[in-house]
Design a protein around this ligand. Sequence first.
Ligand SMILES: [Fe+2]
Ligand SMILES: [Fe+2]
Length: 263
Amino acid sequence: MRVAWLTDLHLSFVPRAERMAFYGSVRAEEPDAILLGGDTGEAPNLLEFSDEIDRNLQLPIYFVLGNHDFYGGSIARVRDLVTRKTAGSRLHWLPATGIVHLGDETALIGHDSWADGRLGDFFRSNVRLNDYLHIEELTNLPKLTCYSTLNALGDEAADYLEARAREALAARRDVVVLTHVPPFREACWHEGQISNADYLPHFSCKAVGDRLLDVMRGYPERSMTVLCGHTHSSGTAKLLDNLTVYTGGAEYGAPRHQAILTF
Ligand SMILES: [Fe+2]
Ligand SMILES: [Fe+2]
């Protein structure tokens, strides 16, 4: 089974003709399924772009959402809308889908995840992501309230992924985790370096990373591959002998596939 991994397509910045050419380039790889790692569009056009990808690829699409997918909306409403509108279709939002079996040995799980503020120095950071202007739950919050809201979003992802990972590892040798936010400092690449203390709080999810480490230390004979994005800079981080994280690169206006994975 051949699976194409895409992330951070940011299709709002890609003219239609170039989007069509991009879909053609993905079809040319002859994948059997697509993994889509978030930041596909923004809240008002997310479903439109999702349908466009579906129409042009006609393959099962397993996806998570990125922070940009909630811009101009709310996290709760976008998640609810995506769950309802994709039910029964080829589009599968992984937090609502649960465990997906890719071949005999591999299980796929996924969650949007969220940069939880815990790595780096959130309280001294001057980074002001558009998240804090364009996502309803994060707009105009005092810094301490913002921090606890980010913590809670990270914890939600960690709870979900730990539970699904343990279930998946009971039945499969390898687990692939699709998520948007890098779960480790070591995977938070920025132009070939690890992001600094200003950026780490907004670009990594420590809660998820801690749980995945804990899970995989208990399964030395099994392996986990994490696919993430969000930083737009590619890199690989090997956290344990059995836990590797690939961070996808991206450039606004130039969507590309990250890799073809074979299971
Ligand atoms: Fe992005
Ligand atoms: Fe992002």
